[in-house]
Design a protein around this ligand. Structure first.
Ligand code: SAM
Length: 349
């Protein structure tokens, strides 16, 4: 059995590590592709539901080359009707289904064409198998068949996560206007190397995504979330309550530029500070970054790390040396319509 996970581009390696830790087996992926393939040693649907880094999971039924012309897609239809082995385990004449199709690259056909053709394949395959057609239900299907054309490759699978992306956590009752995707918050915790018993803080926590994700993976860590805006702190408390971790995270109003005044040593300072566009002029943002990093470097434990996601990575790389910090990791990720970097910093030894 092969599984495919759709993931936030830029964190494929972190997803691969998580799925192998949960279910064993082997993975393959290309960084920034948005997909990870997994042959698990022990497949377990409950383990899939526990994953914190994926968007969606699929059981892969077919994977192969399809050209960019509409005729290429039409031609593959007859082949697929004979090659969707295993589909009968998920769809029967009394199971409704819908096809969700996506497309990346230049093609003569649209994702609607893909959905129509794969829908036809599903109906013909099931009719051949059971002698009766399965019903289509676009609103509330029992099973979602997924088709993804990426350049000249087509993937067809059955969704294990329904129509909902798992990055939409149920706990977001307060929606911060610039909230971070929880899957990226999880990736930042992994890149920072957080462990149980560590002291972890997000000093610009907004709706609390990073501290909440930290509390969901570390039962015994000391976790704090601060923000200068009391409204966001109220929202973060509500989110933490909904996530069931309210008693394990301290939230308070504070200025990230005065972090050192708290007289606490932090093992991980992990944050998603404001990006330029929303915060006013670039110089205001840069001043904030410099003052925050200067303060953060004063209260970092000897093995501590500062992990930041930002579009202001050039500025950070320019000032870290004078602040006594070194960069130990940097990568590009996709977030919304932007390509921020995650940068991990340590104190110079
Ligand atoms: C991009 S948002 C963080 C969103 C958060 N990661 C989430 O998922 O909800 C940046 C946050 O930094 C806060 N902020 C800006 N300047 C600050 C400062 N000097 N001290 C503390 N918080 C600050 C803003 O109020 C805002 O909530």
């Amino acid at each position: 059995m092969e599984l495919a996970y759709s993931v936030n581009p830029g964190i494929e390696d972190i997803v691969a590590e998580e799925v192998v830790a949960e279910m064993g087996g082997t993975t393959s992926y290309h960084m920034m592709s948005g997909y990870v393939f997994h042959k698990p040693a022990n497949f377990n649907e409950y383990a899939i539901m526990r994953l914190r880094s994926i968007n969606r999971a699929y059981i892969l039924l077919w994977r192969g080359k399809v050209g960019e012309k509409l005729d290429d897609l039409i031609r593959i239809r007859d082949r697929l009707v004979h090659e969707m082995e295993g589909l009968e385990e998920y769809i029967t004449p009394s199971t409704s289904f819908a096809v969700s199709a996506e497309r990346v690259g230049t093609h003569e056909f649209t994702s609607m064409d893909i959905a129509r053709i794969i829908g036809d394949v599903v109906i013909r395959y099931i009719e051949r198998f059971y002698g009766k057609r399965p019903p289509v239900d676009l609103r509330k299907p029992h099973v979602v068949v997924f088709a993804f054309q990426r350049f000249d490759e087509l993937l067809v699978g059955v969704s294990l996560t329904g129509t909902r992306s798992m990055h939409r956590r149920g706990y977001r009752v307060y929606d911060h206007p610039a909230a971070l995707k929880p899957t990226l918050a999880y990736a930042m915790l992994r890149l920072s190397g957080t462990r149980d018993h560590d002291v972890i803080i997000d000093p610009m926590c907004g709706g609390g995504t990073i501290p909440i994700e930290a509390a969901l993976i570390h039962e015994d860590a000391e976790i704090k979330g601060l923000d200068k805006n009391p409204h966001h702190i109220m929202g973060a408390r509500l989110n933490a309550l909904a996530a069931g971790v309210r008693n394990r995270v301290f939230f308070g109003v504070w200025d990230a530029r005065r972090l050192h005044e708290l007289s606490v040593e932090f093992d991980h300072i992990i944050s998603n500070p404001p990006y330029g566009i929303r915060y006013g002029s670039p110089s205001t943002v840069r001043r904030l970054y410099k003052d925050f990093l200067a303060s953060a470097s004063k209260c970092l434990s000897s093995r501590g790390r500062i992990t930041i996601i930002t579009t202001e990575y050039n500025f950070i790389n320019k000032v870290i040396d004078e602040l006594g910090l070194i960069r130990v990791h940097e990568r590009t990720v996709h977030h919304g319509s932007l390509y921020p970097h995650i940068i991990v910093l340590e104190k110079k030894k």
